[in-house]
Design a protein around this ligand. Structure first.
Ligand SMILES: Nc1ncnc2c1ncn2[C@@H]1O[C@H](COP(=O)(O)OP(=O)(O)OP(=O)(O)O)[C@@H](O)[C@H]1O
Ligand SMILES: [Mg+2]
Length: 363
């Protein structure tokens, strides 16, 4: 899948620009605050119908304008699709696909997978488990449309159960929640185990490549329930674990066990990367995760996602930069950088380089 052309009107600092990206590698080069990340945001909005920068998408409308729109032609499975997103201060967001209004978000983005790296993703390594859980959940959601709704139902029930633990402390009510949570929780844990089994192989391969095979990455899923091909046995284990944690849950007034508490354990040469990894190693881990995500989506859905890499080169030494560019493969890629482009052009001579200056794009 790739973006054939894209137009931005009144989107952030762009009044009206149109360009036809390279099917493979595109570099947005420019000084700080010129609008490089804004361009990646526009491509992401075109493909995923939401922003990665803000929950309030109206912020993307250029100052003093009433609305913005992004329109682009995307090729997926050999067919062209025209995608359009209109964001207005006064009306709800409007999505159009091939000139028809679309209400259903998953219909709009079913053929447009996208993998994004941005510097904030390093927090996934450095901080608590919730960003790591979000990562694995996002990975599965892009290839399995039922996962998102199971996760939503599960989270809703956890909130209800926590209210019951705090307020009425009714053991029978808790038992009813337990039964439903076991059913949903096992599905989540099983999907995560299965996704990670493949993903781990891909991430190990890419990390080995980026670290010139000197370092060994590993990932394991940190949960109390062991993987078992039999769902029945996993449910029994889950029920046991639930029973064991019941008194604790009543004392702490929250659900202390389940996939909402699980984590990914990430190591380099056996050492926890959160506690022992250098900045460059942590960045390399996140990048190998993103490359592995590309491969995972491609294997599961049969099409290559678009890869967006924001400010990806900082903190990587020359050799890692080159290895990263070599590892990217053939999916359509957009990279922003303030670095001297000469170096990148040397590594990827066929790239299209756009220089961004004062709200304009020069190719
Ligand atoms: N709604 C908006 N309307 C007009 N301009 C905006 C809007 N939102 C942000 N901007 C402008 O966009 C600029 C930032 O763009 P962006 O974040 O893409 O920069 P960048 O080139 O990625 O910089 P850096 O290299 O520092 O990451 C800011 O100067 C900001 O004022
Ligand atoms: Mg930026």
């Amino acid at each position: 899948m790739f973006v054939k052309d894209i137009q931005l009107v009144n989107f952030r600092n762009y009044e009206n620009i149109y360009f036809q990206p390279n099917e493979k590698m595109n570099i947005f080069y420019g000084q700080n605050a010129q609008g490089k990340t804004n361009l990646l945001e526009a491509i992401y909005v075109l493909l995923r119908a939401k922003s990665f920068r803000t929950n309030s998408e109206k912020q993307a409308i250029a100052f003093n304008k009433e609305q913005c729109f992004i329109r682009g032609r995307v090729e997926a499975f050999g067919f062209d699709y025209i995608h359009e997103v209109k964001i207005s201060h006064y009306n709800p967001k409007k999505l159009r696909l091939n000139e028809e209004n679309i209400e259903n978000l998953s219909q709009y983005r079913q053929n447009t997978p996208c993998v994004l790296f941005r510097p904030e993703d390093l927090n996934m390594i450095k901080e608590g488990p919730n960003l790591r859980r979000d990562f694995i959940d996002d990975l599965i959601e892009q290839v399995d449309t039922s996962y998102e709704s199971i996760l939503k139902q599960y989270n809703h029930l956890i909130r209800q159960r926590n209210i019951a633990l705090k307020k009425n402390r009714d053991k029978n009510l808790i038992k009813i929640y337990n039964k439903q949570l076991i059913y949903l929780g096992v599905q989540l844990i099983k999907s995560r185990y299965e996704a990670l089994e493949l993903f781990r192989e891909y991430a190990k391969k890419y990390y080995g490549f980026i670290s010139y095979e000197k370092e060994d990455l590993d990932i394991s899923y940190d949960t109390k329930i062991s993987y078992n091909p039999s769902i029945k046995e996993m449910r029994e284990d889950y029920e046991d674990a639930f029973n064991k944690s019941l008194e604790r849950d009543f004392t702490l007034k929250r659900t202390t066990f389940g996939p909402h508490r699980d984590d990914l354990h990430i190591t380099i040469n056996g050492l926890d990367v959160k506690d022992y990894g250098s900045q460059g190693q942590q960045r390399s881990v996140v990048l190998s995760f993103k490359l592995a995500e590309v491969l995972y989506i491609e294997k599961q859905t049969g099409q290559k996602p678009v890869l967006l890499l924001d400010d990806v080169f900082s903190e990587l030494d020359q050799q890692r930069k080159k290895l990263l560019l070599d590892a990217i493969g053939s999916c359509q890629t957009f990279i922003t950088t303030t670095d001297q482009v000469m170096q990148i052009e040397k590594f990827v001579p066929q790239a299209s380089v756009y220089s961004i200056n004062q709200n304009q794009l020069f190719s």
